[in-house]
Design a protein around this ligand. Structure first.
Ligand SMILES: [Zn+2]
Length: 150
């Protein structure tokens, strides 16, 4: 089994120093996807990882954690009510909103240095949810695009 807590702490320390507050990592079943994040109060965050991931390659796990930490980094300024509004828009109201959130989150993770890991995830994403995320080709294109900038 992977040590999600230690990995999260290492990735956060190295690449997400801007994140403030607590992050709890929980291993549990989810309705969709293989990992998820929930911010309850501005500085109280939970990352969920499904038990199935226990045997996944480390690169894949790192990619998922970097993606979830990117969500937390992006959502840091939300208060409780804004977070509720966010969850409502994400899950119920707007597919476009969800897609935009996931794409911007993948892009942040790539800018943070996790191109290879995000690429790996994009290659193996289940078709049912893949419409919300960057394809592996888009991940590569985005990486090449930001690499060129000084
Ligand atoms: Zn996400």
């Amino acid at each position: 089994m992977q040590n999600y807590k230690t990995l999260t702490r290492e990735i956060r320390k190295k690449s997400f120093p801007e994140i403030k507050g607590k992050i709890f990592v929980c291993r549990m079943k989810l309705f969709v996807g293989s990992a998820g994040v929930l911010t309850i109060f501005p500085r109280l965050n939970f990352i969920f990882m499904i038990p199935k991931l226990d045997d996944a390659p480390k690169k894949y796990i790192i990619g998922l954690l970097a993606h979830e930490l990117s969500h937390i980094s992006r959502n840091q300024k939300l208060n409780f009510f804004k977070e509720l509004n966010y969850l409502f828009k994400y899950w119920i109201k707007s597919k476009k909103f969800r897609k935009n959130e996931e794409i911007e989150t993948d892009k942040l993770a790539i800018r943070k240095g996790f191109f290879k890991e995000i690429y790996e995830i994009a290659k193996h994403r289940k078709s049912k949810i893949s419409k919300y995320y960057l394809t592996s080709k888009e991940v590569l294109n985005y990486y090449n695009q930001i690499k060129k900038k000084p």
